[in-house]
Each structure stands twice: as C-alpha cells, then as structure tokens.
Design a protein around this ligand. Structure first.
Ligand code: 5AD
Ligand code: FES
Length: 354
C-alpha cells in the first residue's frame, strides 16, 4: 500500500483516486492532511470562481411527501409532522422578495407531493421566469418521469437537485423502504443530465450504516456522473424517524469530504449546507474555507419554516429572509469572501444555449 502523502499529491495533481486510495485516505486522515487539502481545495475554488460565494434562495413550498425515507422528518409515516403547502401566489411573492434581496437563483424544494401536478409546477416555473427573466430556477422535488423532467426544462427550469443519497444499492435499502431504489434514483440523474439541466447529486455524511467503502463509492459515482452541483451535509437524527437514536455525522468528516470533492471535481458548485451550519455554529464558514462556494438561505415565509423539519434543531427557522441574507453577508465577509448578485452558473454551462 501507498502512503497518505502520495495519495494527497495524486488527488491534487490529477483529481483521480482509485477506490482503495480513497478508503486509505479516509481511514488515515489526520488534522495535517485535512488542513493541507482544505487549502488546496479553497485555492481551486478561487481559481475558477474567485472570492465569490453564490447564494440560492430556497423556497420550501410543501412538506407533504409520499415517501417514507427512514432518515427524513417529513416522511409520510411521521404523523407528528405539521403539513403545509404554499399557494402559487405565496411562492411567487417569496421569489419576488428574494429577487429584491439580490437572489438570482430561486430553488423550489418540496416533498414528493402529488397535489403539485406537472401542470402546476410548469405554471410556477413560467411565472417566475416571466417575472424575473434574469433568474435561474432550480427544482428539488424528487423522482419524476423523463417526460415530467422534460416538461419542467421546456418551461424554463435551469437546474435540478436530486441527491443520490448513497451509491450502494444495499446501503440505499437500509435507508429507504423497498418502494424506492438506488437504480431509479441514478436513472433520474442520468435523465436530468441528458435533458440539459445543471444537475446536482449528493449524499449525507455519517448516515446510519455508512462505511468508508460507501463513501468511496459515492465519490466515484459523483466523479463518473460529473454533475454541475454536489450537495453534501451531515446526517442529523430527527426525533420522529426510525433513526431518532442514531449518531449525527461529524463536522470534521464533512469538511474533509468537501475538500476531496472540490479536488476531484474542481469546477463543481458546492454548497456549505444548512445541515453543516446546524451541527456547528461556524459550519458554513468552515465549509467555504474547505472548498465550498455556495450557500442556500431560506426564503420560505417564517410561519412555515419550522414545519420543513427534515432533521432536529435546523437553523434559521425564526429569521426573516432579509435577516439571513445580512447574517450571511457578514459571515462570508468575515472570512474574506463576498456574496454576489449573480445567477452563479457552473462555468461549464455559462455559454451553453438552451
Ligand atoms: N439529516 C440530514 N440531511 C437530511 N436530509 C433529509 N433528512 C436528513 C437528515 N435527517 C437531506 C437528504 C435530502 C435533502 C433534501 O435533505 O439528503 O436529499
Ligand atoms: Fe439565517 Fe444566519 S443565515 S440567521
């Protein structure tokens, strides 16, 4: 076997590692390696995107969901969840408010809620694009057919987030009921890419039963998929789920993986997630310093925020959108970066004609 220094050198120079090398790197990581990779990773992010951090305004428009994922607080089996749906008018008002605050990407996220038919989603996409043609629209509404994805794209949606959750079908089966499969999830991602979306995949760090081998397979899957965005954040237990008593993922491993991902996929858009900010008060700042370059503050009306309850103790559920924007501007400014009013496209998509 090889040593950790030659693996980090190979990662930094080529962005490629074998499965065994990734496992060795993860198993033998130490503080020195972590800070070395964080420096290289943030340097790489700055090389392509400068000192900028892109913001996405997140509208959590429904917490109804037909799925029963074992980790998720809004799973259909959670009878304690306080369900809500925003109206089309409320969604458009949030988007306009976000626009006024400087957001040029609106992310529509929700559970898999049959109330929002393709037609309703298409109308919402069209209305946002009509009102704000310089905004990108990102969808994060789960697994749909090729035709549905195509209809959303044709209506003007630019991007789609669908975390693969775990690349290993056996691990996937431990996190989800048998109605859901890793194969279908991956097929959705390939469909989204083929249609032309800037596509985002990703996984939870420290999810129950996750092994270093699983993480290696996640990284290799991401390298192969080559998505425009990658969302990773620590697993955080939710009191009303099967995994209520499980341990949360760690800040340390999440930061380490952000750096490895930045070095494996240098131009990817990589958020410092809300979950990262939830397990540590400076988690998001540390994420940026480890190679992340996106933050996704909440634009949902304050009245529904606590209800979009994926995991316990989620931050920013009491703040207005403007407060979060100011807070983030300060936080990002304090570490020498700047939030910009920009769509923040992946550089490989910037000049691509739709
Ligand atoms: N902890 C952390 N992340 C979670 N997600 C869902 N439940 C949890 C949890 N308990 C993540 C999933 C999903 C995304 C929207 O939120 O990865 O894809
Ligand atoms: Fe919401 Fe700081 S980002 S209060």
């Amino acid at each position: 076997m090889t040593d950790i220094r030659s693996i980090t050198d190979k990662l930094c120079s080529s962005g490629e590692l074998t499965r065994d090398e990734i496992i060795f790197l993860l198993a033998n990581r130490d503080l020195e390696t972590q800070s070395y990779l964080a420096n290289k990773a943030s340097e790489t992010a700055r090389k392509y995107y400068g000192n900028t951090v892109f913001v996405r305004g997140l509208i959590e428009f429904t917490n109804y969901c037909k799925n029963d994922c074992y980790y998720c607080g809004i799973r259909c089996g959670n009878k304690n969840a306080n369900r809500y749906r925003l109206t089309e008018e409320e969604i458009l008002a949030c988007a306009s408010h976000g626009y006024d605050l400087g957001f040029r990407t609106i992310v529509l996220q929700g559970g898999e809620d049959a109330f929002f038919t393709d037609e309703k989603i298409v109308n919402i996409i069209r209305a946002i694009k009509h009102g704000h043609p310089d905004c990108a629209v990102t969808l994060s509404i789960g697994e749909k057919s090729y035709e549905s994805y195509k209809a959303f794209y044709d209506a003007g949606a630019d991007r789609y987030l669908l975390r693969h959750e775990t690349a290993d079908p056996e691990h996937y089966a431990k996190l989800h009921p048998s109605t859901l499969s890793s194969e279908n999830r991956k097929q959705c991602l390939y469909n989204l890419k083929e249609i032309g979306f800037q596509t985002g995949a990703g996984f939870m760090v420290g999810s129950p039963y996750q092994t270093l081998e699983n993480i290696a397979d996640d990284l290799l899957f991401l390298k192969k998929l080559d998505p425009a965005m990658i969302g990773i954040g620590p697993f955080i237990p939710h009191k009303d789920t099967v995994f209520a008593g499980e341990k949360a993922g760690t800040l340390e491993l999440t930061l380490f993986l952000l750096s490895v991902i930045r070095l494996m996929l240098p131009t990817v858009l990589l958020p410092a997630t809300t979950a990262l900010g939830t397990i540590d008060p400076r988690g998001r700042e540390q994420g940026i310093l480890a190679g992340a370059n996106v933050v996704m503050p909440n634009l949902s009306p304050v009245g529904v925020r606590k209800k979009y309850d994926l995991y316990d103790n989620k931050i920013c559920t009491g703040e207005e959108a403007a407060e979060c924007m100011n807070c983030l501007k300060n936080r990002i400014g304090n570490i020498g970066y700047e939030i910009v009013t920009d769509r923040g496209d992946n550089i490989n998509f910037k000049n691509r004609k739709r």
